[in-house]
Ligand binder design. Sequence first.
Ligand SMILES: NC(=O)c1ccc[n+]([C@@H]2O[C@H](COP(=O)([O-])OP(=O)(O)OC[C@H]3O[C@@H](n4cnc5c(N)ncnc54)[C@H](OP(=O)(O)O)[C@@H]3O)[C@@H](O)[C@H]2O)c1
Length: 311
Amino acid sequence: MEYRRFGQTDLEPSAYGFGAWGIGGSSYGPVQKSDALAALAEAEEQGCNLVDTAAVYGESESLIGEFLRGRRDRWIVATKYSFQKQGLERTLEQQLERLGTDHVDLYQLHSDPGPDAPIWEQLERLKQDGKIRYLGVSLYSHRSIEWMLDSPLIDGIQVAFSLLDPQPFLRCSEALERSGKGVLIRSSLKSGLLTGKYKPGTRFDKGRDHRAEDMTPQEIDTALRQLESFRFLEQTEGSLLLGAARYPLAFPAVSSVLLGARNAEQARFNFGEIPRQPLSAESLARIEQAQKALGLGRRSLLRRIVDRLRR
Ligand SMILES: NC(=O)c1ccc[n+]([C@@H]2O[C@H](COP(=O)([O-])OP(=O)(O)OC[C@H]3O[C@@H](n4cnc5c(N)ncnc54)[C@H](OP(=O)(O)O)[C@@H]3O)[C@@H](O)[C@H]2O)c1
């Protein structure tokens, strides 16, 4: 496993981090507790040292707490505050209890609260108390990213970035690199669609699977049709999944790519078999062409990275 520094902090997360939404059982369908614990153990075995969760991910925090007993110091624990009604301090206390720890390494706001929100002072206090080591925020738009990069209060951000959703990351990538903030990438497999295992017409279970709520049937079909433009990765990288998971690592701003895994087999593959080296210049150039043809993004940055790799 390769380890990258998280911004200016002393955290060194593995290039692939464990995305623990899926093991919570509430958003991708039920998961056996034994499978969830085995997935975490296998990830550790493969060198993964970062787990990203949230209070709103079903049983995820409690499972992680159980798993971490006797091995807390081997893991960077990242979780999130989702603006629960009971407030920040009470929520964090409960999270620490579930996680079985006295501190969270990276505490992230689940969305941008805006520059004047009183929460920043509270967070600063919790940091001084040692309950939070570093502060992050999960963002969705380039405006939020640009504003957050100027904030001395946050140590890093989390943002979605995939073959099919290159923005807003590409637009902000150089600014992110210059800012020195840590960057966690989520949804590089687009909630599993970029594993290549689903066909147009796939419908997810309403009430059991977030994909039925977060994407319309038309959006699912469009994504599944668009991903055909990236099938060349099967030849150049071995599979669509291997190309999709590695894609963000070509960007120096990226600290770690979060991958979901719901059993030991997926964990062995995701943390043990997906190469850590960035994609080849050829694959990156073809991704750029495909995204351009699909009207998905600004390409100048990717072009420069391709040129740098070719030199
Ligand atoms: N707003 C936020 O802050 C936010 C939002 C989304 C995600 N996140 C974080 O990012 C993490 C990753 O995102 P994600 O969980 O949405 O999903 P993801 O990593 O994009 O995809 C997870 C999906 O991929 C499938 N999968 C994973 N590895 C596989 C493998 N080796 N073979 C076949 N299928 C595989 C899973 O399988 P199954 O089909 O078996 O379920 C699941 O459906 C989350 O766990 C969470 O930590 C944060």
